[in-house]
Design a protein around this ligand. Sequence first.
Ligand code: NAG
Ligand code: NAG
Ligand code: NAG
Ligand code: NAG
Ligand code: NAG
Ligand code: NAG
Ligand code: NAG
Length: 425
Amino acid sequence: MIAFIFTVICALASAQPQHRTAPTFEINLDKPPEQRFSVIFDPAAGFNETVWEFYNMYFANNERLKEALYHLVATRGEEVPEMQGEIRGLAMGSKLPLPFVQGIQMLYELQTVMVPIVNVSRLPKRLVSTLNYTFERETAPPEWAALSQIPWRGPGCTGIIATNTLDGTVSHARNLDFMPHRIMSRLVYTGIFTRNGTELYRSQMVAGYVQAITGMRRGPNGFGLERNTRYTDHPGGFEQALSNLKAGRLLNGWQLRQTLEACATYECALDRLSTVPYASTEYTILSGVRKGAILSRSPDYVAYKQTLGIPADTQPASYIIMTNFDFFYHDIREWFDPTGGEMFRPRRLVAQGLLNATLASGRALTPKVLFDVINAEGVLAGGNDSEGGGDGTIFQALINVELDLWNVSIPVLKHRRRDDARAAS
Ligand SMILES: *[C@@H]1O[C@H](CO)[C@@H](O)[C@H](O)[C@H]1NC(C)=O
Ligand SMILES: *[C@@H]1O[C@H](CO)[C@@H](O)[C@H](O)[C@H]1NC(C)=O
Ligand SMILES: *[C@@H]1O[C@H](CO)[C@@H](O)[C@H](O)[C@H]1NC(C)=O
Ligand SMILES: *[C@@H]1O[C@H](CO)[C@@H](O)[C@H](O)[C@H]1NC(C)=O
Ligand SMILES: *[C@@H]1O[C@H](CO)[C@@H](O)[C@H](O)[C@H]1NC(C)=O
Ligand SMILES: *[C@@H]1O[C@H](CO)[C@@H](O)[C@H](O)[C@H]1NC(C)=O
Ligand SMILES: *[C@@H]1O[C@H](CO)[C@@H](O)[C@H](O)[C@H]1NC(C)=O
């Protein structure tokens, strides 16, 4: 009964969701890698139980998936010693199988195998022929076919970098969307990575995953960093990623962490992330003091670059935006992504409509405006869980390097409210 009343009250609340905070942990880089992440086993955070829940629900009873993932891990071999040490520490602490903990480090790369949500067999034949490369999942080598059963998937994520004409500063807003939302939203935290007692960089983290997801290097010419899933842009793209993974290429997120560690400036980060090899396609979204860029990364090169201040591809000079599709190449898959609430209403276009309207009315793209845009209906993912898919925004960030702003929170989604109320009653 209490749960019912709670749900009704929340349904009547304003369109913008409430937000809760995520825990913050210091990850001390002076400690041996095996010990750095022991802080996240704090019972109050409940991460250990949640990761076990994830494992039991999706892996423990799926021998084919486990076998394929462990086979990939074995083929790949150990990660670089520092990363492997961190993985070992997490496996020892949680008592989860080591190849499982190592396997989920490929979270982003393996996602590119997924056909983004659309069940192409439901679409008209005429469209299917233009969706050509989304069939890759079917054509993946049989040995690896079970990898398409990985339980996490996007597409998710929205990133906006914009200039506020009131003070000239640049803000960066992001939604991190993931499914299964119910589990993923309970695993997020902020890691403050320290060396010699002071912060070197910070990152939004998912417990059990040691790589950076949204990061910030504070300082007079520092940078904010976001990654979004990018699907392959040509037939054979996933096999290329798979062969990079098998060959042991550094994972994308490790390259990001290394960049946060090695680079104190925006230029250093931009240069590095434009050139280092990635294991798979991905968007790299970088903001700095009065500057910003979005790199559409292929494993070996930058396929496309958007630069704040240079109007192009239906974006004015004052902002750049990215969700999960090469819209500048008219990637048709964007239209079939229902995560904003429905198909044929891409999150990017909803966000651009709001940004454009703000500009048209003579108002500036302030941090507050950006925060409202990423929380708007149609941009925030997962307001609608009626199909039980459980995709949703699990973490948000609002970064302004010049103002030293790092504002992270978790939106309390509608279907979560019901769960939360149930848990509380
Ligand atoms: C995590 O959970 C597992 C399974 O319940 C348990 O064996 C292990 O000791 C737990 N780890 C910590 C640090 O509490
Ligand atoms: C896709 O749709 C077809 C036809 O409606 C159905 O038979 C098939 O089971 C669906 N596949 C998935 C993975 O949902
Ligand atoms: C469709 O796939 C074929 C064979 O893989 C390829 O040659 C062709 O370029 C693809 N077309 C598009 C539009 O991607
Ligand atoms: C570490 O901090 C101490 C005290 O603040 C300082 O004296 C020392 O130079 C620092 N070492 C490094 C390597 O930065
Ligand atoms: C937003 O404005 C740009 C021009 O500044 C335009 O090219 C684009 O089509 C607009 N998009 C939407 C969704 O309004
Ligand atoms: C939620 O999803 C269902 C099924 O896809 C759809 O019928 C319904 O209109 C959606 N509701 C909203 C508010 O988007
Ligand atoms: C920072 O996030 C909170 C949600 O936790 C939000 O209420 C607040 O308005 C945000 N700050 C700014 C400057 O937008």
